[in-house]
Design a binder for this molecule. Structure first.
Ligand code: SF4
Length: 432
């Protein structure tokens, strides 16, 4: 089965979204905040769902069987925290819960959330999902505008994260990069949230580019400590767990603390992949020359064009940190280890990405995976071959299950391996 993840809003019949607050799961805070701004642009009040903490698991466990994966527990636990907020009113609450029909538990979130709120007697809560089968409902004619702005929100949150991660390990004054990041997020959200009635997509893009130029300058103005020489560590893994600091126990900061600089796979990579899967699905089913195919190609062209305009502001800053421009060529890298036809989803992206990081000169790769998730398990079985074929490139899977563990010493050991790898590689290149 091919992955399908369409950013088409489907809402439950007989409920209106207007007058509600839409809560967006914090895969990453920046992603959720930018997405909330995109909702504001079509007149819908939205905000990130509460962040994870000790109560997240307590609340989730009251309703879960134990078969759920960590991201599902965290997402539902944080949604349940909304019910404890003062003034909570199910009739004024909506939960944003994307779904897909891929071969993992992601497709299970939506029905389970619906059941939990029904069992609580709170079926007035609206659950918005993304589905190609249910079509447009409440936000109807604004859905296309929302999707366009939401895509820009994804690309921009990816770029802000990248700027933060490539700056923070070098900062001379602790906390400065985080401060600039937070300010930047507010700036872009102001533009993303301007109502569509007041601004065309073309003008919004111009305004975004102006803000991004300011953001670029703000990051460039951060004082750097020239004595710091962090090791570049690529991060792959399950999309929620790698982006959600609570789920991965702040692994990125721990890597930074031990002398690493992190380069993390983007969210947009996943969206390009699902879009490509959709196109391949049409070809497979003899619909190469169909309106659906034409629509998918047009959407892809618009997405690429918007992405290009956003990234063009940073072209000098991202040298050496380029992203793959063609998802099929990118996935061909992993064909000897994990061909995409036989291993769908994040596992194939992660394996290809590990090779990408190797080619870009990273000193090692960390795969962040929820415990029992098949992506991490499959990847762990092919990483040793990839590592052996590429100079014993260090790759390590870190599993998370919501039970706080002491990962610092594991990180320290991994970085030592990565340091040895980088030193040996440098010696080999000087020796000729
Ligand atoms: S990829 Fe794994 S962790 Fe993520 S939703 Fe699917 S089963 Fe859960």
């Amino acid at each position: 089965m091919r992955y399908k993840f369409n950013l088409i809003m489907a809402v439950e019949k007989k409920k209106t979204i207007y007058g509600r607050t839409v809560y967006i799961p914090q895969m990453s805070f920046e992603g959720a905040k930018c997405m909330a701004a995109a909702f504001h642009s079509v007149g819908i009040n939205a905000r990130p769902s509460p962040p994870g903490d000790i109560h997240t698991y307590d609340l989730a466990r009251r309703y879960l069987s134990g078969d759920e994966c960590l991201p599902e527990a965290v997402t539902l636990g944080n949604f349940l925290k909304i019910t404890q907020q003062p003034g909570y009113d199910p009739a004024k609450t909506a939960l944003f819960l994307p779904t897909s029909n891929g071969p993992c538990r992601f497709g299970h979130y939506y029905p389970l959330a619906k059941k939990i709120f029904e069992d609580r007697g709170e079926d007035d809560v609206m659950i918005l999902t993304t589905s190609s089968s249910t079509g447009y409902e409440d936000i109807g004619k604004r859905a296309k505008d929302f999707v366009r702005t939401a895509w820009r929100a994804v690309v921009i949150s990816d770029i802000l994260r990248k700027l933060l991660l490539k700056t923070r390990p070098y900062e001379a004054n602790k906390g400065e990069a985080d401060m600039v990041f937070s300010q930047s997020l507010n700036w872009v959200c102001q533009v993303l949230s301007i109502p569509i009635a007041e601004i065309s997509h073309r003008v919004r893009m111009q305004r975004l580019q102006e803000v991004l130029v300011n953001i670029r300058q703000a990051f460039a103005g951060i004082e750097r400590d020239a004595s710091k020489k962090p090791l570049l560590i690529g991060i792959v893994g399950e999309i929620f767990c790698r982006l959600n600091d609570f789920s991965n126990e702040n692994l990125v900061r721990i890597i930074e603390m031990h002398g690493g600089e992190v380069w993390m796979s983007d969210v947009s990579e996943w969206i390009f992949y699902t879009r490509d899967e959709e196109i391949l699905g049409y070809i497979e089913h003899g619909r190469r020359f169909s309106f659906s195919m034409l629509g998918a190609q047009i959407k892809l062209a618009i997405m690429r064009s918007d992405e290009h305009k956003i990234l063009s502001v940073f072209k000098d800053d991202l040298q050496g940190y380029e992203e793959p421009s063609n998802i099929r060529r990118f996935l061909n890298k992993t064909r000897p280890y994990l061909p995409r036809e036989g291993a769908r989803g994040e596992m194939v992206l992660n394996a290809a990405r590990a090779l990408w990081y190797y080619e870009k000169g990273a000193a090692g790769v960390v795969d962040i995976s929820p415990f029992t998730c098949m992506n991490g398990i499959v990847c762990e079985s092919v990483y040793p071959r990839i590592s052996r074929d590429f100079e014993h490139f260090p790759i390590r899977v870190f599993y998370f299950d919501g039970i706080h563990s002491n990962i610092e010493s594991d990180v320290e050991i991994f970085l030592e391996l990565a340091r040895n790898f980088a030193n040996k590689k440098a010696r080999r290149s000087t020796e000729g």
